[in-house]
Design a protein around this ligand. Structure first.
Ligand code: ADP
Length: 314
């Protein structure tokens, strides 16, 4: 029996994209009809997203979620259509950081409606569907893969310029699943603190991305120096410059350094994006500079994704 003409059936189904990559999705060896249908559903969702930005770190506590949340907030404030997805299954912090601890997204049919935090900012977190903040999740790799696939495929993201994905620290199942599922264009932003102990882990993250052919957009050095509130002199609490040196060593773009600012902790605890509350602070300006460099580095790919979305009917 001949296999159905997958290319034609997908072109007919897909309202948003008729790109060569998307339309040429042929049935993979051993793939069932249902698996093919599910994969095409995921592809259609991902095709509507200009760029998938995976925010990673080698270690916990270096400010990865803070950077992801504030990047999403500033991209959305600058008029981009943004989705923020938290796939940190064991420690989701986006609900707390965005002041959404009570949020419970609705389901409509087979789809989940993400929380609309601002006109151009949609948020989804595994934390929204866990019974309580203190509940531990004990899941093996395949369960994580399938949950992340659902968050990508079954959430009504709609057309977005960026999907910012906050992954747990390290190179485990969650970033691996994201890298395998999101398709192109996608890339990773690696967050580190300046000291050697943290940098060693980021080297592993760079090598992880390269092995998966996930482009590394660049490295962010967070908690880089503190301005003394009394005398105004810089104090290098965790040293500084390590992230930039690592970027040079690994031939990766250095996106910028964010100083320590105790008000970041206050904002995180209060669920307010720091970049909005203290827009004139050195840390917020540093984050804006990092956003600008990310926009620049991803603009060509975003543009070609956008062109695919507006191709006329053939
Ligand atoms: P991770 O996601 O890497 O585990 P978080 O984003 O949760 O780290 O940040 C850990 C803590 O550090 C939070 O309390 C956050 O408010 C704080 N933090 C992050 N970046 C800074 C900074 N530049 N200055 C001061 N505190 C920061």
């Amino acid at each position: 029996m001949n296999a159905p003409d997958v290319r034609l059936s997908q072109e007919k189904d897909c309202d948003n994209c008729r790109s060569a990559e998307c339309a040429s999705q042929q049935r993979r060896p051993g793939e069932s009809e249902e698996e093919l249908r599910q994969r095409q559903a995921l592809d259609r969702k991902m095709c509507q997203i200009g760029y998938k930005l995976l925010v990673m770190s080698g270690k916990g506590g270096v400010g990865k979620s803070t950077v992801a949340a504030n990047l999403a907030a500033s991209l959305s404030a600058s008029g981009r259509r943004v989705g923020l997805l938290d796939v940190d299954i064991h420690g989701p912090s986006i609900p707390k950081l965005m002041g959404l601890e009570e949020a419970r997204p609705e389901a409509v049919g087979q789809e989940i409606i993400p929380v609309q935090l601002a006109p151009t900012l949609k948020v989804m977190s595994i934390g929204f569907i866990l019974p309580g903040a203190a509940d531990a999740v004990i899941w093996r790799g395949p369960m994580k893969y399938s949950a992340i696939r659902q968050f990508l495929r079954d959430v009504q993201w709609g057309p977005l310029d960026y999907l910012v994905i906050d992954a747990p620290p390290g190179t485990g199942d969650e970033p691996l699943s994201v890298a395998q599922l999101v398709g192109q264009p996608a890339g990773a932003v690696l967050v580190t603190t300046p000291q050697e102990l943290s940098l060693a882990d980021v080297r592993r993250s760079v090598s992880f991305c390269r092995r998966l052919s996930l482009p590394v957009i660049g490295i962010v050095e967070n908690m880089s120096g503190l301005v003394c509130p009394h005398c105004g002199n810089p104090i290098e609490l965790f040293k500084s410059g390590g992230g930039e040196a690592l970027a040079r060593e690994t031939s990766v773009l250095f996106l910028g350094r964010i100083p320590i600012d105790p008000r970041i902790v206050e904002c995180s605890d209060a669920g307010i994006p720091f970049v909005r509350r203290f827009a004139d602070s050195p840390a917020a300006r540093a984050l804006l500079g990092i956003m600008g460099r990310i926009e620049e580095a991803t603009s060509v790919q975003r543009q070609s994704a956008a062109n695919r979305q507006i191709l006329p009917d053939t």
